[in-house]
Ligand binder design. Structure first.
Ligand code: NI
Length: 167
């Protein structure tokens, strides 16, 4: 098991769309285990492979009793609307109100390639939309106004400069 580095915005790797998984092997299993442990170590609700710099369509979610490993996930149905606070391990310290569907149905396969689907409502629906967005290189700030996006970009750039000066 090894923890991976979570990339912080505006790292360009976060914009790279992930590719579909076609091979289900030991390497994939071990990557998923590392992704899961990294999410837990950083106290995240979810983590997508693109956030650790890998262009693989895989994300994980751990929220309340829900433990989801989603390979090649896609939203096949969405309905309604909700607005609520959202954060992201790639945007440390940033929480913003984001509009998302109230309910979604997601189809995915597990680490062995076996298909399943999830019907989610409320916060779980939000988390699924957020993580699946990551796999397409879409980020939570894309749902905000250009002005807000710019403020957040500057804040995180300043933070990374400060970290480089005082490691
Ligand atoms: Ni995120």
């Amino acid at each position: 098991m090894s923890l991976m580095d979570v990339r912080i915005y505006p790292d360009p790797v976060l914009r790279k769309p992930a590719r579909e998984i076609e091979t289900y092997d030991r390497a994939l299993e071990s990557f998923i285990r590392d992704l899961w442990e990294t999410m837990l170590a950083f106290d995240g609700v979810g983590l997508a492979a693109t956030q650790v710099g890998r262009d693989l369509r895989i994300c994980v979610i751990s929220w309340k009793e829900h433990r989801l490993i989603l390979v090649n996930p896609r939203i096949v149905h969405s309905e309604g609307e909700q607005v609520g606070d959202e954060g992201c391990l790639s945007f440390p310290g940033i929480f913003e109100k984001i509009r998302r569907p109230q309910k979604v149905r997601v189809e995915a396969v597990d680490a062995e390639g076996k298909p399943f689907s999830v019907d989610a409502d409320g916060f779980l629906a939000r988390a699924l939309c957020h993580e699946i967005d990551h796999l397409d290189g879409r980020l939570m700030i894309d749902h905000l106004s250009p002005l807000k996006r710019e403020i957040i970009r500057k804040k995180l750039l300043k933070r990374s400069r400060e970290e480089r000066t005082n490691p």
